[in-house]
Ligand binder design. Sequence first.
Ligand code: 5GP
Length: 212
Amino acid sequence: MTGLHTTLARRGLMFILSSPSGAGKTTISRMLLGADDEINLSVSATTRPRREGEIDGIDYHFVTPDKFAAMVEADDFYEWAEVFGNRYGTPKGYIRKGLKEGRDFLFDIDWQGTQQLKQKDDQDVVTVFILPPSLDELRRRLESRATDSEDVIDRRMDRARAEISHWAEYDYVVINDDVDACFVKVREILHAERMKRQRQTGLIPFVRELMG
Ligand code: 5GP
């Protein structure tokens, strides 16, 4: 062991980022995945047909409705939901294995998925909610990025308000008024959570040796 570079075994964590659409969650997720090798996006299973350019096992695990039903029956999902007639779920198996090996998983899911995940495995879950600096700014961002009609934007704003109302269920809340500053804060949260004593599974043998 070389004093300066001691890395102890640790248990991974499930890092959940939620926000209303337009608040910057997707950008922050991408920045995090690009900057940090130890965290990977959780890959969901879905019954939806594969779209052009999507890769099985990378974008989703594409499964038949029968296979999905069997997985639900076997309690193979942390959570699942039906969206626009297709089923989507977070498979437990590979995440459990990854957590044991010290890998982290990033989840880009809404408050309902977050609740379900916490019910299944509260210990390994860290939740972060990203807020827009103001509703005016959120509307401006929604208007600038899409060709949606006023009507669609109004509906997105309603959904955003509903999503924001769940802010108090999260461990951390970060206001995204500057995307780089927001990213730094989110990364600091991830780094600090990795250092939690109960996640550092290598501590007991380390301290045992330390104390001779
Ligand atoms: P898409 O078919 O466009 O890839 O995704 C449609 C919707 O399904 C998105 O709103 C996405 O957030 C949701 N979704 C994707 N994977 C999961 C999952 O594992 N669980 C839940 N609850 N929703 C998911």
